[in-house]
Write a protein that binds this ligand. Structure first.
Ligand SMILES: C[S@@+](CC[C@H](N)C(=O)[O-])C[C@H]1O[C@@H](n2cnc3c(N)ncnc32)[C@H](O)[C@@H]1O
Length: 283
């Protein structure tokens, strides 16, 4: 059932939101010298040459990366994101979450990247051996099971990116179940869950992310959702945007992400809209 290939979508609007949120989380962790541990449960190939047949099929990077090429940012998070990404974009490569992590992680930190697809795992290994140091481990296994097996980590400061393909409807429940299990074992984990916003054509999948978010919020930890839409939600729109649900977000991550995404929307065109909503907030 592993038919999803992220190269078809690399660099699209959803990747920009997801990778800004993930970089924001890592940046907050780096404010202290204390080491931390990162997990990427669905790591993909690591990086994506945009001249590949996959990327060229729909040229989805035109909806995210291309409008941001060569721009100057004012917000600190977008500025930092562009500083890391612009030189790689110039090589016609879109860096996925693993390459971003390899650039951001420090010598004292650790990371575990998981990927199940037999073709993607080879590219991921290559990406990490080319750009990572010894503290980044790659695991060819189911990401949600792997996350439960490897948490809580030592040290217990750290964060998780959960970025499944959601090809099957049950993946939404599997994500919320896993988040609840992880929080029971690792209460202070910062977790970023990416999800697509799908139009009614997707039938039950169109509403599955709402149930997933409500279940995650019921786990009792503070969390917000940040969403980027790039088209009107008409019946046939398909994926008209996406969101991230950030659990246990670091102080001011909401503001930093909002500043960055406000600027991003200005570059993505008139239909791009961003919103952030707290689903549960500690007083
Ligand atoms: C959306 S892509 C990941 C993109 C990546 N996180 C990034 O931002 O660059 C989802 C990946 O999950 C992989 N995958 C699917 N089912 C999986 C599972 N059960 N465990 C781990 N990886 C899985 C797919 O092969 C695909 O590469």
């Amino acid at each position: 059932m592993l038919s999803y290939r992220h190269a078809f979508h690399a660099g699209n609007h959803a990747d920009i939101l997801k990778h800004l949120a993930w970089l924001g989380v890592i940046t907050h962790l780096k404010r202290k010298a204390k080491p931390f541990v990162l997990f990427d449960t669905h790591a993909g190939a690591g990086e994506y040459p945009l001249n590949s047949d996959f990327s060229q099929q729909n040229k989805e990077y035109l909806s995210g990366m291309t409008p941001l090429q060569g721009v100057t940012a004012h917000s600190s998070l977008l500025n930092q994101y562009l500083h890391v990404n612009q030189p790689i974009w110039q090589e016609n490569i879109y860096p996925g979450s693993p390459r971003l992590l390899c650039q951001a992680i420090r010598a004292q930190d650790k990371a575990h990247l998981m990927e199940l697809h037999p073709a993607e795992i080879d590219s991921l290994q290559y990406c990490v051996s080319s750009h990572g140091e010894g503290q980044v481990a790659v695991h060819h296994r189911d990401g949600l099971q792997g996350l439960i097996a490897m948490t809580p980590p030592t040290p217990n400061r750290g964060a998780v990116l959960i970025d499944p393909p959601y090809e099957q409807i049950q993946e939404y429940d599997q994500v919320s179940d896993t988040v609840k299990k992880v929080l029971r074992r690792w209460a202070n984990a910062q977790i970023v869950v990416w999800y697509p916003l799908l139009s009614e054509r997707a039938e039950t999948k169109a509403h599955a992310c709402q149930t997933m978010i409500e279940t995650i919020a019921d786990a009792g930890k503070s969390c917000f959702t940040a969403q980027l839409t790039v088209a009107e939600n008409t019946y046939d729109a398909g994926m008209f945007g996406s969101g991230v649900c950030v659990i246990n977000p670091a102080f001011q991550l909401d503001e930093n992400l909002t500043d960055a995404m406000g600027e991003v929307c200005g570059f993505l065109g008139a239909q791009a809209e961003y919103s952030l909503q707290w689903r549960k907030k500690d007083n």
